[in-house]
Design a protein around this ligand. Structure first.
Ligand code: GBH
Length: 727
């Protein structure tokens, strides 16, 4: 501003041509009326005297009718003798309430002596001042005598400098308009630009993981075992579901799957070849208890199978991490009780757990009760997309969660009181969660919506187990109750825990098991017309960013930084627990030729694993384990074999189900061997060379740049239009 002033003052002078003066008539920002600034007619007349023009005070006359006294004084003191006069005709739009009668002085003060004023309210024309022309519709044609060019008083110089200043202000206005537009362009770009390469966020960070860091891969019983009705195994809800036409893509089933029931030794050799020291797999409950109950009898062949798997792992230096429930409920319990909506399952699950601890606990040190209760309850009992295929998002979904939390707590307590002392293991639960990024991080309602998303997602189970107060998150309790009552119900659709139950559940996690794959963009949205239930209860809408690369699974967008943010959230909200990442991975399509040079999967793993490293080193999150999903391609639930998550390729059309390592298996193996990305290691060099091209990199840049350039171009055009035409 001061620089502008000094420039203006040094340039101000008496020789400034008249034309310029008329060019820089004020804009709407400076006058109580809008001058379209259109010279309709211009003529130089004789050298009549005119009153001096004065611009200094017009800003303060906005929405007022008179120039302030100080300005009037300045004019009165002025002694100018103009050498010539000009008549100009301007088109002026008046604001509502502008009084011409009262503003004549104001106009004269600005233009000099008005010699002719014409108001044209449309066709005709009024050649007189008239009191209140209708806002915006009038055109003022006026003739006036312009400023003298011969006898410049100091006052005039001041006036001129003010004029120049006004001029500068106007260019300043245009400039700030342009700047604002540019900033807006960048900001808007940034708000919707979640995937572009952001150096501070996405730079590759070399480094190694803590010495005792656990590297693992995972599978699940129904997804790999096959042998669905062999050796006394009972039917599971997934057998039933996949055998029901229309439930699974292409009619695929887990009848044979990877045939790991027969090929587990080979699986262990795959792990050994990769240098893996841990393996996460799950037990099929109906393989051990065919009808789900101890009373119904144990299936010894099933017990033998898992004993063999565990022994084979241990013999090869691989530590088993065992999940008790990865979705394959005994169909008998579904038939008898309706599944997880019935609290009878708490005891049956606890009996099963007790047996399992007793039978395998001498060799198993890591236990996970449930895999992803969110999926079990929302997809199984809400959308019906997963077994048992029940569509009741309003009630069954929450009842299911309630039962599972209790069942988990009982099993944890059984282990804690009966087996922990002798077996010295750890037991917990695995929760899944996508990272919710608020659509606009500066919008409190979007931020609140993102928080509701995470509370309803991971908080649903994590809050009762890991928070200091226990119980469901307040957000869930409040909203679901409120909506339930509004629906005319007597009580909340979300069941209540008794204080004793809250206590019983609280603290039942020795570590925090986390499955994470992707992220969502969350926006506040209340939709009273939508079906009542879990989705609608959250009052939000979900989306994704165009810059996010997508895997074969339609829900799986590659957003590595989301994992780091989720890990930090867990640290801050759930008592800084030891975090075991029990799944993370990416799918390819089932296509020919088979994708075994899986560069996208390598990119995914390098990105996500590096975010884990940042979470540990920068954010201080106590991540103890990382598990790649999956050791091999397998039955991807309702997608059947159409999506492949494996580090190994499995040919499902070949009866012998051959496994072939993909390039990613070698990559992951290198990470394990190096315990991360130490400087100088080949794996680190390889990551560096691929990094930019992998994620965000050129593609992300391109997308973000296109968005930004579009907005910028538009802004510039608007600003230029303003500058040239002074609209
Ligand atoms: C994991 O769940 C499972 O534990 C594992 O068995 C599975 O093979 C792996 O993922 C790969 O999918 O579009 O509404 O249907 C991952 C978490 C959450 C991912 C739900 C799929 C689908 C939501 N899943 N999501 S919806």
């Amino acid at each position: 501003m001061s620089l502008g002033m000094s420039v203006v003052l040094s340039r101000a002078g008496p020789s400034r041509p008249r034309r310029e003066q008329s060019t820089f008539l004020p804009s709407a920002c400076l006058l109580p009326f809008t001058v379209r600034n259109e010279v309709l007619h211009e003529q130089t007349s004789d050298g009549q005297r005119g009153k001096p023009g004065r611009l200094g005070s017009h800003t303060s006359t906005r929405n007022n009718t008179n120039p302030p006294a100080a300005a009037m004084d300045a004019r009165d003191r002025d002694t100018t003798t103009p050498a010539g006069a000009t008549s100009l005709v301007y088109a002026i739009n008046f604001p509502r309430g502008f009084s011409l009668a009262a503003d004549k002085r104001s106009l004269e003060y600005f233009f000099g002596e008005l010699t002719q004023v014409t108001i044209n309210p449309g066709e005709g024309g009024v050649v007189e001042w008239s009191p209140n022309p209708e806002a915006g519709k009038c055109e003022l044609r006026l003739k006036y005598r312009t400023l003298s060019r011969t006898s410049w008083s100091l006052n005039q110089k001041w006036a001129l400098s003010r004029l120049k200043n006004t001029q500068l202000k106007m260019s300043g206005t245009m400039l700030s308009l342009l700047t604002t537009s540019l900033l807006l362009g960048f900001t808007c770009g940034a708000v919707y630009d979640y995937g572009a390469y952001d150096r501070t966020r996405d730079n590759f960070r070399p480094g190694t993981f803590p010495d005792d860091f656990i590297w693992s891969t995972a599978t699940a019983s129904y997804q790999i075992e096959g042998a669905w009705n062999v050796d006394g195994k009972g039917e599971s809800i997934w057998d039933r579901f996949s055998h029901t036409p229309g439930k699974v893509d292409r009619g695929d089933t887990g009848d044979v799957a990877c045939d790991s029931y027969n090929k587990y030794r080979e699986d262990v050799q795959l792990m050994k070849a990769m240098g893996l020291k841990y393996y996460r797999f799950s037990l099929s409950w109906p393989r051990i208890f065919p009808d789900g109950t101890v009373a119904g009898g144990v299936n010894q062949a099933g017990v033998d199978y898992y004993n063999n798997v565990i022994d084979e792992l241990l013999a090869n230096g691989i530590t088993p991490m065992v999940t008790l429930y990865h979705w394959d409920l005994p169909q008998a319990l579904q038939d008898r009780y309706g599944g997880w909506v019935n609290e009878a399952l708490v005891d049956h699950f606890n009996d099963y757990a007790d047996f399992v601890f007793q039978t395998f606990g001498d060799r198993v040190r890591y236990w996970i009760t449930f895999n992803e209760p969110w999926v079990v309850c929302f997809l199984g009992y809400g959308t019906g997309g997963n077994a048992p295929g029940i569509q009741d998002p309003g009630n069954s979904t929450y009842l299911c969660g309630h039962t599972i939390l209790k069942a988990h707590a009982e099993a944890w307590n059984t282990y804690d009181t009966t087996y922990r002392g002798s077996q010295q293991g750890q037991i917990s639960i695995t929760l899944n969660c996508d990272w919710p990024e608020p659509r606009d991080p500066d919008s409190p309602s979007d931020v609140a919506a993102a928080d509701r998303y995470i509370q309803f997602y991971i908080g649903w189970f994590a809050h009762p187990i890991y928070s200091t107060g226990g119980d469901y998150p307040a957000a869930m309790k409040d909203i679901i109750r409120e909506k339930s009552l509004a629906e005319g119900l007597q009580e909340s659709r979300l069941p209540q825990f008794t204080p004793a139950e809250i206590d019983r559940i609280k603290g039942t996690g020795d570590f925090f098991g986390l499955n994470h794959y992707t992220a969502r963009i969350i926006q506040n949205r209340v939709d009273p017309t939508d079906t009542p239930g879990y989705s609608n209860d959250r009052n939000l809408s979900e989306s994704t960013a165009p810059e996010w690369p997508r895997a074969a699974s339609e829900w799986l967008y590659v957003v590595p930084w989301g994992l780091r943010r989720l890990l930090k959230f867990i640290k801050l909200n759930y008592g800084d627990p030891d975090v075991y990442i029990t799944e993370n991975g990416r799918s390819d399509h089932d296509e020919q030729p088979p994708i075994t040079e899986d560069a996208d999967r390598i990119c995914y793993y390098m990105g996500y694993i590096d975010e884990v490293l940042k979470a540990i080193e920068v954010d201080g999150v106590k991540v103890r384990a990382y598990t790649a999903w999956s050791l091999m391609d397998n039955f991807e639930w309702s997608r059947g074999y159409t999506e492949r998550f494996g580090l190994h390729y499995v040919n499902f059309t070949d009866p012998s189900r051959p496994r072939v390592p993909k390039e990613s298996a070698g990559f992951y193996s290198d990470i394990i061997a190096n315990n991360g990305f130490p400087e100088g290691a080949d794996v680190t060099t390889m990551v560096r060379s691929r990094w930019e091209g992998c994620r965000g990199g050129p593609a992300g840049w391109a997308a973000a740049t296109r968005v930004n350039m579009g907005v910028l171009g538009l802004s510039a055009m608007v600003a230029i239009t303003f500058t040239i035409f002074k609209v």
